[in-house]
Design a protein around this ligand. Structure first.
Ligand code: PAF
Length: 274
């Protein structure tokens, strides 16, 4: 496995990579959820490129950029075990050599709902860095977790709307044995928070299991589970279509939740068959 830091080193190393190329963009603090992305890319592609870059553009002024976990040595060890060929861990000046970009990607109306309602500049920052990484790495496929479902839906849409030429692959969420979705932010949970947070995945699975009763039953059952957890402050609980448009009467839909537990904001989602 080759590890490079600067933009120039990356450009030289990219010339040696043979296709089909799979890109796994990450912000580091890699856990078993990222391992699943790396494994999916490894299974599909001849070469796997992973990036480790905490993208300042996707953090709001009051968000956790400074305290975002940074664990490069452990991240590199996981990439090595996962059979990654090339890791690029650039600095901010490598990704944004001209400073803050003047031209950015607008996520459109899907960027201001759900997560976008509380993080108004977040998805423009995500889409801009993902478009840049796809432009720099030129992968055949890029891999993203279903855990950040709105991010995945927006990246899929961007790749189509802007003809980015890379296939976007969504990889199922990895969960702890008790159901908690893996997230780099779980490290912020106290033992009490961790127990309370279980209501989130329990609500989603209870909602999914109530799907035979239709959309209103899904939402009622999931809300009842969340209402029973006083430490979980729900930001939203919504049922939508797979592309995050309105939910269909029948067929696949997505149940999404965001909630604060202690000082940590968690998101999760599941597929629901209406
Ligand atoms: O999901 C993430 O870790 C980030 O949003 C991504 C896609 C790597 C862009 O910075």
């Amino acid at each position: 496995m080759k590890v490079v830091r600067s933009r120039a080193e990356f450009a030289a190393a990219r010339l040696t990579v043979v296709g089909p190329v799979g890109l796994v963009p990450t912000m580091g603090a890699l856990h078993a959820g990222h391992e699943a992305l790396l494994a999916a890319a490894r299974a599909d592609c001849t070469s796997v490129v992973a990036t480790v870059f905490v993208n300042p553009l996707q953090f709001g002024p009051s968000e956790d950029l400074a305290r975002y976990p940074r664990t490069l040595d452990a991240d590199l060890a996981m990439c090595e075990r996962a059979g990654v060929d090339l890791v690029w861990a650039p600095g901010v000046e490598d990704v944004y050599p001209l400073g803050d970009p003047l031209v950015t990607i607008s996520p459109g109306s899907l960027g201001s709902v759900l997560e976008g309602a509380v993080r108004p500049t977040h998805f423009a920052g995500v889409l801009t860095v993902v478009a840049k990484l796809i432009g720099l790495v030129r992968p055949d496929r890029a891999y993203f977790g279903q855990k950040d479902y709105q991010q995945l839906a927006l990246i899929r849409r961007m790749a189509q709307d802007l003809e980015l030429g890379a296939g976007i692959v969504g990889v199922p969420t990895v969960r702890e044995p008790d159901g908690l979705a893996l997230s780099s932010r779980n490290v912020y949970l106290s033992p009490d928070d961790r127990r309370e947070a279980l209501a989130i995945s329990s609500a989603l699975s209870a909602g999914r299991d109530a799907a035979r009763g239709g959309a209103s039953a899904v939402l009622a059952v999931a809300s009842a589970v969340l209402a029973d957890a006083p430490g979980v402050k729900v930001d939203y609980l919504e049922l939508r279509g797979p592309d995050l448009g309105p939910p269909p009467g029948h067929g696949p839909a997505r149940l999404l939740v965001a909630a604060r537990v202690g000082t940590t904001r968690l998101i999760d989602n599941v597929e629901v068959s209406l």
